[in-house]
Ligand binder design. Structure first.
Ligand SMILES: Cc1ncc(COP(=O)(O)O)c(C=O)c1O
Length: 384
């Protein structure tokens, strides 16, 4: 059950709000930094998961770089003190303006996702008299065994360069006077829980691809294996800090590096997911024909994941101690049938005004929120 650091104060706040457990966040960052140093791995935080300024500041102060997927994420990172050289920029559709901005500030590397993009990068650099570091995101054709909307490394996904175009990419890079080839990038999907098997498969596939580029005479200096480490949505208290050590050990054990090669990763969810809960109050409990509904003052406008992916979040009634258990669907106030946060959940008998915690909401939560139905968005509250 969620415990607030300052419960009396929190009880007086208007809902809904995102409650940031900053102690847990700092401990999680400590854990990823310690594991990265143990296995000699460079980390870039995937800022798309949560762009909150206070998180970015802690991450930057601990020497973690940033993985971006838009020009505004690059800009936001720099505004918050991140060195441009510590930024990598992926994404299947970078606009000319985004590319030009990132080239001018001198980001660490573009993670290029198509031959078409490679051509555009070279043309913009040539026109502006600039140089840019480029890594190629190759589609490793590895099944991440996760939800189909968060799988990214299969042949039918829109991400990355298909393997059959690798020869063409080598030729283009050898003839690109303004692009410096840095290395290879892979990302197979998100919320991966079968850590050893799935990441071992990723390493095997990456190895063959790295060997190919080296054989073709391109030196692969950085190998970025993406993000994807899953978190335990069912047991946020007993598994508050994800298994960074196991993930990094699996990568190290299965991908031998040549001298001078660096291993990089880009975790998002695993760094921020467990550190935030969405706090809401019950507007009313509605008796339906076949089900009873708890209607909250938050919904898909704040937390889209259940509607978008059918994602599971643990839901707790913080005022329900000692009451009998009942079965409910937990829904938001939005005029959409998809605005259901959870179905068939057992909660203590729930009443109008009860405080509800939707756990593990730190990743892909606030960043995906919208102003739909003109509802006032949830705001951030920090435990400290
Ligand atoms: C290229 C890339 N890297 C890293 C990540 C972060 O993944 P996760 O939050 O699962 O660690 C993503 C997420 O979609 C991604 O697309």
């Amino acid at each position: 059950m969620l415990k607030f650091k300052n419960p009396e104060r929190v009880a007086t706040l208007e809902t809904p709000f995102w409650y940031y457990d900053m102690d847990l966040f700092r401990s999680t960052v400590d854990a990823v930094v310690a594991a990265a140093s143990k296995y000699d791995i460079k980390v870039h935080y995937s800022i798309k998961a949560n762009t909150e300024k206070r998180l970015v500041e802690v991450i930057k102060d601990r020497g973690i770089g940033i993985d971006c997927v838009s020009g505004n994420e690059v800009r936001w990172s720099i505004v918050n003190g991140v060195e441009p050289s510590g930024i990598v920029f992926a994404g299947v559709g970078k606009s000319d303006a985004e590319i030009l901005y990132a080239m001018k500030v001198g980001i660490g590397s573009f993670n290029c996702e198509s031959l078409e993009e490679l051509e555009i990068l070279e043309a913009i650099a040539a026109k502006e008299g600039l140089r840019a570091n480029v890594s190629l995101r190759i589609n490793p054709e590895v099944d991440a065994k996760t939800h189909k909307f968060i799988t990214t490394g299969l042949e039918m996904d829109k991400f990355g360069i298909p393997k059959r175009f690798m020869g063409k990419a080598v030729e283009m890079l050898k003839n690109s006077p303004h692009l410096d080839f840095k290395g290879l990038h892979f990302h197979i999907g998100s919320q991966i829980t079968d850590v050893e098997n799935v990441f071992t498969n990723e390493c095997r596939s990456a190895k063959g691809i790295i060997d190919y580029f080296e054989e073709q005479g391109l030196k692969v200096s950085t190998i970025d294996l993406g993000g994807g480490l899953g978190i335990d949505y069912h047991n946020p208290d007993s598994h508050a800090i994800p298994e960074f050590d196991l993930w990094f050990k699996t990568l190290r054990d299965n991908l031998p590096l040549r001298p001078g090669q660096e291993l990089h990763v880009e975790p998002g969810r695993s760094i921020v997911g467990q550190c935030v809960s969405l706090i809401s109050r019950v507007i009313l409990v509605k008796e339906g024909e076949k089900k009873n509904f708890v209607i909250l003052d938050t919904g898909m406008n704040d937390l889209l994941r259940p509607a978008l992916y059918g994602a599971y979040h643990k839901i707790e009634n913080l005022d329900g101690a000692g009451r009998e258990l009942r079965l409910y669907d937990i829904a938001g106030p939005i005029c959409e049938s998809a605005d259901v946060l959870a179905e068939d959940r057992v909660l203590p008998e729930t009443r109008r005004g009860d405080l509800i915690a939707i756990r593990s909401a730190g990743a892909y939560g606030s960043v995906m929120s919208s102003g739909y139905n003109m509802r006032t968005p949830a705001y951030a509250v920090f435990s400290d």
